[in-house]
Design a binder for this molecule. Structure first.
Ligand code: ZN
Length: 340
């Protein structure tokens, strides 16, 4: 009996599984109910009492060795599975990485900033929640001006009035309050109006305004600057025209039209057969506005302009509904892939 156990001890010690499945076969061979170990323990009952001590000790040693071998073998296969490079299929195609697109408003905003930065304008940005002074009063809006009405402006508080800015002009005021001319800045940003949402109008939209204040800044400087912008933005053949208009903060004030991008001035649906499309408001800064910001209007003059980024984007990309910009429909946004 002792020899038999010695034989199995030797067999167990020299055993090495080649595949994970062999470990289970090994376990079944020795540890199952009809396995070698069970057989040996059955024989153990029939041996003479004087042999029991030595045989029992050896039998227990065999049992421990078998269990150790099974545990070690299982562990070896588990760790080799997790670290083995053979389990990674290097020929499998990689997951597709979807490249997004810039939002059309970001594209146009970037282009406008780039065009003006080439002639020395730098960007200024500020808060979207404003007080009455910066949004209206400093900009020469009279007390009874309709823009102050609840129907046009989204108020957060009344007396004192705190509101969502209706244009980016308050940033012009904040810049002029802080610095003396020469000032040459553009003001991109989000603005808010209390308007019914439709294909043509939204309660949120984006503007880029511009301001140039220095000695001897004239209307001719403004006209040439805006012509430069129009040609850079819409193409070398673009022409501009200025029509008289009114804004509280500029005097004189104008609306600028450009030749229709679609028909080139011949007349089409987009330009309502006039050959021209309106793209911005502009004018010479009212001396009252300069004085409100402690800039001496006897020494300095300036011009200002403002345009809606949505309007430019709608013209440029022939988008007929302003709501598309805010709906985040990927079928719409995907179309701007590759546009810079
Ligand atoms: Zn046209």
């Amino acid at each position: 009996m002792l020899e038999k156990i010695q034989h199995y001890l030797h067999e167990v010690e020299s055993y090495k599984a080649q595949y994970p499945e062999e470990t289970e076969q090994f376990r079944l061979k020795y540890m199952s109910r009809k396995g070698i170990l069970a057989e040996l323990f059955a024989d153990f009952k029939n041996i003479p009492p004087e042999e029991k001590k030595a045989t029992g000790a050896l039998l227990n040693e065999l049992k421990t060795k078998i269990q150790e071998k099974i545990d070690a073998s299982k562990m070896a296969f588990e760790s080799s599975l997790s670290s083995s490079s053979s389990s990674i299929d290097l020929t499998r195609p990689a997951d597709h990485i979807e490249i997004g697109a810039r939002h059309p408003l970001s594209i146009i905003r970037k282009q406008i900033i780039s065009i003006f930065s080439r002639i020395g304008f730098t960007v200024a940005e500020d808060r979207e929640i404003e007080d009455d002074w910066h949004n209206f009063t400093a900009l020469n809006f009279p007390e009874e001006h309709p823009a102050r009405d609840m129907q046009d402006t989204i108020f957060i508080e009344k007396n004192p009035d705190i509101l969502l800015r209706t244009h980016t002009s308050p940033v012009q005021i904040r810049v002029m309050e802080k610095m003396q001319p020469p000032i040459r800045k553009i003001f991109p940003g989000r603005v808010f109006r209390n308007e019914a949402v439709s294909a043509r109008a939204h309660c949120i939209f984006h503007q880029v305004e511009g301001l140039y204040v220095d000695k001897d800044v004239s209307f001719a400087d403004m006209k040439q600057t805006l012509l430069y912008f129009a040609k850079e933005m819409f193409g070398e053949k673009t022409e501009i025209r200025l029509r008289p208009s009114y804004f509280p903060f500029t005097e004189p004030s104008g609306e600028m039209d450009v030749t229709c991008l679609i028909c080139g001035g011949k007349g089409c649906n987009i330009c309502k057969h006039s050959g021209w499309v309106e793209i911005m408001g502009c004018g010479m800064v009212d001396p009252n506005v300069l004085d409100n910001c402690n800039i001496n209007s006897n020494i300095y003059t300036g011009f200002a302009f403002g345009m809606g980024i949505e309007r430019i984007a709608m013209l440029r990309y022939q988008i007929r509904d302003i709501r598309l910009f805010f709906e985040n429909d990927v079928r719409f946004l995907r179309q701007f892939k590759g546009a810079y």
